[in-house]
Write a protein that binds this ligand. Structure first.
Ligand code: SF4
Length: 401
């Protein structure tokens, strides 16, 4: 098969891996280049990456995956040298700033990992490639391979994919939880202990909707993973039906709105100091779909409001719908110089159509607005028919809610 045809197949095949920031764009029909994704470097820069599989030829039969062994479709690979030369050529032409390299399991986990390692070794040692490299860790590989990978790569991701051991057993029976968690643990340990090892940390991906876990179970797992492995990111990927309903029946369309709400919940957890129980209270299994999780919290905890913006702490300000980390910091800075009124809040970038129900300025509320949760709710409800992809290009800490 010609190189260009293999390139098309392997860049298209890589779009199912969301562990690269802009992967949410895979469902856009236009406006993006196939095979290009974006990620954040250690110092917060957004970089464009060639996103590609080394091979789509797999010995495993994970039920949710288009590359599983019992699917039809062309199987192909690129050699280590081909990956390295493509990357360097694109890099020199300024098309990309780095590489996101993943792979199906061709031959064995060790063989797949060794081939990817050979690619990045050529890049780093022969071509002195200075760009960013995100490398997939294949579940079940030996620590010696992970160790080498961690020095060549800026970031690695070992994908958990299924949110429970039961679902892993049912839908990916050839993978064991230890095949995934042991490498994650090893990478984290080495990252902590050794300078220059995985400078941009590790991430992972969870598939949403292929298995029966609730949002509560998924968020609980996410909070555990952030604490245990200091993950840079968790990516939530709505299950894309593979066209074969034998294994995972009943999913017609990817649950994009659910994916979006989980990203919002994740954001609250990481940047807004919300606890797990605040995001999804005991007794509730799933996030509300019609309200973002921060607005849902505000309506459930209406006793907390109104918050006086001239006196509230940073964390209290973050609880207000329409105020994020950037605008909360702006409020705290601005109120040192003057007592803020509603016109100041607008100028500081607060989303007043959300915040107006929850704040006072100098003890005053905006007159005429509803003041009970049931009547406020319709003003905060987003349309559910056209879920908006999370704006993943916003810098960490940017305004979301
Ligand atoms: S090992 Fe990876 S590529 Fe292979 S079937 Fe499973 S998820 Fe797909």
């Amino acid at each position: 098969m010609e190189l260009v045809d293999r390139l098309k197949i392997l860049t298209a095949g890589a779009r199912y891996d969301a562990s690269c920031v802009s992967s949410g764009s895979r469902r856009k029909k236009a406006g993006g280049s196939m095979g290009i994704c974006h990620s954040w470097t250690e110092d917060g820069r957004c970089v464009s990456l060639l996103k590609i599989l080394q091979t789509n030829d797999c010995i495993y039969n994970c039920r949710y995956c288009v590359h599983r062994t019992d699917t039809d479709g062309p199987r192909t690979s690129l050699s280590a040298r081909e990956i390295a030369e493509l990357t360097v050529n694109f890099y020199r032409r300024n098309y990309i700033e780095g590489l996101f390299l993943s792979s199906a399991v061709r031959g064995s986990p060790a063989q797949a990992m060794e081939t990817m390692l050979a690619s990045v070794k050529i890049l780093r040692e022969e071509y002195k490639f200075p760009g960013y490299i995100h490398l997939k860790g294949i579940p079940g590989v030996d620590e010696s391979l992970l160790k080498k990978a961690g020095y060549f790569a800026d970031r690695m991701s070992v994908n958990i994919e299924l949110p429970s051991a039961e679902s892993l057993k049912k839908l990916a029976p050839q993978k064991k939880p230890a095949d995934i968690f042991n490498p994650m643990h090893f990478l984290e340990k080495n990252r902590r202990e050794e300078k220059g090892f995985l400078g941009a940390g590790q991430s992972t991906q969870l598939i949403i909707g292929a298995s029966p876990e609730s949002d509560r179970e998924i968020i609980s797992l996410a909070s555990y993973l952030y604490g245990k492995f200091s993950l840079s990111r968790i990516f939530y990927s709505a299950y894309m039906p593979t066209g074969d309903p034998r294994y995972i029946p009943g999913v017609q369309n990817p649950p994009l709105l659910r994916e979006h709400r989980l990203y919002q919940a994740d954001w609250l957890f990481r940047f807004y100091h919300f606890s797990f129980d605040e995001i999804i209270p005991p007794g509730q299994n799933d996030l509300e779909t019609e309200l973002d999780p921060k607005s849902a919290w505000a309506l459930r905890n209406f006793w907390f409001f109104p918050v006086e913006v001239n006196q509230a702490s940073y964390r209290e300000l973050l609880k207000i719908p329409g105020i994020g980390p950037v605008s909360a910091r702006r409020i705290i800075k601005a109120r040192k110089e003057r007592t803020l009124d509603f016109s100041h809040l607008k100028k500081l970038g607060i989303i007043m159509k959300r915040a107006c129900f929850f704040v006072t300025c100098g003890g005053r509320r905006i007159p005429g607005l509803p003041s009970d949760p049931d009547h406020i709710r319709p003003f905060l409800t987003m349309p559910v028919s056209r879920p908006r992809q999370p704006r993943l290009f916003a810098p960490p800490g940017g305004e979301r809610f």
